[in-house]
Design a protein around this ligand. Structure first.
Ligand SMILES: CC(C)(COP(=O)(O)OP(=O)(O)OC[C@H]1O[C@@H](n2cnc3c(N)ncnc32)[C@H](O)[C@@H]1OP(=O)(O)O)[C@@H](O)C(=O)NCCC(=O)NCCS
Length: 201
């Protein structure tokens, strides 16, 4: 369990964030995350079971260093998983070489639980991996509406052209959301094109 509650209202101090290594997700954990993702982003072609399989395959396909292993940060209350943030390592191409960043994905809080500080609690441990030196940056997409949520946590806008040289649509950004951000704002973020070398996340 990780405590990430500094700056939170007093009741939030009781909330605990669990770190789940994607290589060791239990079926029940992957199912619970899949159900939350399906509730937040309903999609008839992506059932909770489909998402569970996708989540399990992320861990099964990973063979890099432990410090960069894909994982989920989650909060449960009364036995229900109500908040989630995933981090997936991605080796991206930049004009200054390849860099493995913390891909932040699937950040969500159950609709009835928003505004309690839970989103902040699950994103902070992802950014803490960067602060600890496990990754140079976190990179992620989001919507204009949610941009202030991440800005408050120290992220800022990325204006580089984003491409995927492993796709046939070379000039189409693999991210589908309008806003791309990175954490932290400081540091030597490269200029020029960023090649995600794979699909958006
Ligand atoms: C975005 C989301 C994860 C935020 O979770 P949350 O638990 O409601 O957020 P928190 O309570 O931790 O909010 C932390 C701070 O960010 C602010 N914030 C949260 N959502 C915001 C939004 N959409 N726009 C602006 N500010 C926002 C809060 O007001 C709060 O600021 P404060 O401490 O000054 O009051 C949640 O609204 C959600 O699941 N949305 C739908 C899925 C989604 O869009 N996910 C993001 C994908 S990139």
């Amino acid at each position: 369990m990780i405590e990430f509650s500094l700056g939170m209202p007093s009741w939030a101090h009781t909330m605990q964030v669990e770190s789940l290594d994607a290589r060791n997700y239990t079926l029940a954990d992957a199912q619970a995350i899949g159900e939350l993702l399906s509730e937040v982003w309903p999609n008839p072609s992506k059932s909770a079971e489909y998402r569970r399989q996708q989540l399990l395959s992320v861990g099964q396909n990973y063979s890099g260093p432990d410090a960069q292993a894909p994982r989920s940060f989650v909060i449960r209350e009364d036995g229900r998983l109500i908040a989630h943030a995933a981090v997936v390592p991605r080796a991206i191409g930049t004009e200054s070489g390849v860099m493995t960043i913390a891909g932040l994905a699937q950040v969500c809080v159950a609709p009835t639980q928003r505004g309690r500080g839970l989103g902040e609690l699950v994103v902070k441990p992802v950014f803490a991996l960067v602060d600890a030196g496990d990754f140079p940056f976190s990179l992620f997409q989001t919507s204009p509406e949610v941009r202030p949520f991440y800005a408050k946590l120290g992220a800022c806008l990325v204006e580089n052209d984003i491409i995927n040289t492993l796709s046939e649509d070379l000039h189409v950004s693999p991210f589908w959301d309008k806003v791309v951000m990175r954490y932290p704002c400081s540091g030597s973020w490269p200029d020029g094109q960023i090649d995600l070398r794979g699909p958006g996340y």
